[in-house]
Design a protein around this ligand. Sequence first.
Ligand SMILES: C[S@@+](CC[C@H](N)C(=O)[O-])C[C@H]1O[C@@H](n2cnc3c(N)ncnc32)[C@H](O)[C@@H]1O
Length: 224
Amino acid sequence: MDLQVRDCMTADYRKRFQKYGDAPESVGISSAGQRFRFRKLVKIGDLRNRRVLDLGCGIGDFYPFLIEKFGQLDYTGIDLVSEMVEFDKNKYPKARFLHHDLFAEPLAETFDYVMISTVFNYAMPGSGEYMRELLTHAFHYCTRGLGFNFLPTLVNFTEPEMAYYDPAQVLDFCIQNLTRKVVIHHHYERVDVRSLSTDNRLVSGPGLSHLSRQVGGFWQGEIG
Ligand SMILES: C[S@@+](CC[C@H](N)C(=O)[O-])C[C@H]1O[C@@H](n2cnc3c(N)ncnc32)[C@H](O)[C@@H]1O
């Protein structure tokens, strides 16, 4: 992927964080939309006592959500924006946060689950390729499952700063390249784009997909 493009995205998130700090605006998503995604993502399995990698953790909001829901788990959050990671370390000293770029340097460990929330929403040239590369990397690190979400193309309203993906293509990519054990649900009727959330216009909500490594295991994923 084009590293310059990715660096622009990182710089943009850094700027937002400098401007908004500990607020949803820093990660460009409403609190409601964020929690909606978290709630769907954790349906991937019982994360209690599991090792969980939160890839693109932003300002660390997933961590308290996970602790509240599962009590005990072994959480690692990584992000490209060092300022966010420093913030996360101070705010949640019991959790592990790393300023880490998987593309530049592999992590010498694996996780039960890898979670990627809202990372693919950012519109940039080559966002499809970025998604494919990041999913490929992420899948390498999970022993049980990978959960992620994205905005599907099947919406009736789009915003230029958001990236949208054809869910059929995402599914096909996952099946052909990662695992056949993938389910996508595409049924939510949630207006998840923040600027639309007040006017009740209907767009299909965040796509969300769970990939599993569990042999013979039943699992479900959702997209909407
Ligand atoms: C929209 S924010 C979402 C943050 C968090 N997941 C949440 O839901 O609140 C996306 C974050 O992903 C990070 N990010 C994007 N690509 C990344 C990558 N390859 N590795 C680590 N972090 C990444 C960005 O720096 C940004 O902080």
